[in-house]
Ligand binder design. Structure first.
Ligand SMILES: [Cu+2]
Length: 216
């Protein structure tokens, strides 16, 4: 190869590396797919051939009104995990924040307080949220896993027009539990996710099909 040819090849290689670096670090999460677990995607209608899903459900869910802000955060008090939970129907069916059938797993260290802020984004039906024994996750009659772990009106739920519901409880006993909707039939149809209380975890973690993030 001539010197000129070598030079052009070398420039090509350098350009390629530069472009890759720029794309990797500069593009937003949803393009570069970096750190998806921190901003979990929701089920969308990509590839859906039924034509019934315009994507509006997917667009209205996920991070909801909070943009790219995660639905979980530490505080306000010590050893407290705050969850912004939304009841919403997507192409996947009835979900919490786009996740159902245990796709979402929330883990907190034993003894932590869970502060829940719940809204219903589903204009077609009521939803609710509560934390129950694991064995009840697909059932239709529920008991609180911890004192105060079911929201008010757990069985009748709230409508999209209702104000947000706030409640909190202390995860006092390690074990496997479920976050369910208390409207009869909803959990049985998939509106449940996993809630674990860990005796070994030091920080809360959020696990989705995209991976696990530590809340800190
Ligand atoms: Cu529901």
């Amino acid at each position: 190869m001539s010197l000129k040819g070598l030079l052009i090849s070398a420039i090509g290689v350098v350009l390629g590396i530069v472009l890759w670096v720029v794309a990797y670090f500069e593009l937003p999460n949803d393009v570069s797919h970096r750190n998806l677990a921190a901003n979990p995607p929701v089920a969308t209608s990509v590839g859906n051939t039924t034509g019934t899903s315009t994507g509006s459900a997917g667009n209205s869910t996920g991070q909801g009104t909070s943009g790219n802000t995660a639905f979980y955060s530490l505080g306000p008090g010590q050893n407290t995990l705050t969850l912004n939970i939304e009841g919403v129907t997507t192409d996947a069916g009835m979900t919490f924040n786009g996740y159902n059938n245990g796709q979402l797993k929330i883990t907190v260290p034993v003894g932590w307080t869970v502060q829940v802020h719940f809204v219903n984004k589903d204009t077609n039906m009521p939803h609710s949220v509560g934390f129950v024994p694991w064995s009840q996750r697909t059932g239709s009659s529920f008991t609180a896993a911890f004192p105060g772990s079911l929201m008010n009106n757990f069985q009748s739920g709230i409508q999209a027009t209702d104000p947000a519901v706030e409640f909190s409880f202390k995860a006092t006993t390690a074990g496997q539990y479920a976050m369910v909707c208390g409207i009869p039939g909803h959990a049985a149809n998939g509106m449940w996710d996993e809630f674990d209380v860990s005796s070994s975890a030091k920080s809360p973690t959020i696990t989705t099909p995209s991976g696990t993030v530590t809340v800190k």
